[in-house]
Design a protein around this ligand. Structure first.
Ligand code: AMP
Ligand code: ZN
Length: 112
């Protein structure tokens, strides 16, 4: 298994867990870009948003059910941003679908 996020799910690489259920795993980003920076990943390997289809979209639905709980736990009552980078132009570095939950301060209006 050469996918770093699959290895985090398997417990082979340590992570700071925030939330876990049958479908997803959430943990703190190792290189936070905002005061709160959490990653949520599906427990099935999906390479990116481009790999979502009718067979695996339940993982995305379940992730978005989990996000409000994760945000509440992390103290993001004032708002947060959910981002997924897909492919080279978006600078996706880890090829396992992940959603960044970012907040803890006012974020810039410009998104790109
Ligand atoms: P992206 O650029 O959207 O592919 O984001 C990948 C993110 O994964 C980056 O924000 C990295 O800091 C983060 N990351 C990479 N390796 C780890 C790790 N072992 N534990 C936590 N976060 C990681
Ligand atoms: Zn993976």
């Amino acid at each position: 298994m050469d996918c770093i996020f699959c290895r985090i799910i398997a417990g082979e690489i340590p992570s700071k867990k925030v939330y876990e259920d049958e479908y997803c795993y959430a943990f703190y980003d190792i290189n936070p870009q905002t005061p709160v920076h959490i990653l949520v990943i599906p427990k099935e390997h999906i390479a990116s948003a481009d790999g979502v289809n009718a067979e695996n979209s339940i993982y995305v639905a379940k992730i978005f059910e989990a996000i409000p709980k994760i945000a509440a736990t992390a103290g993001l009552a004032n708002g947060y941003r959910v981002i997924t980078n897909c492919g080279d132009d978006a600078c996706q570095t880890v090829k396992h679908l992940h959603f960044h939950i970012m907040g803890g301060r006012k974020l810039p209006e410009n998104m790109g």
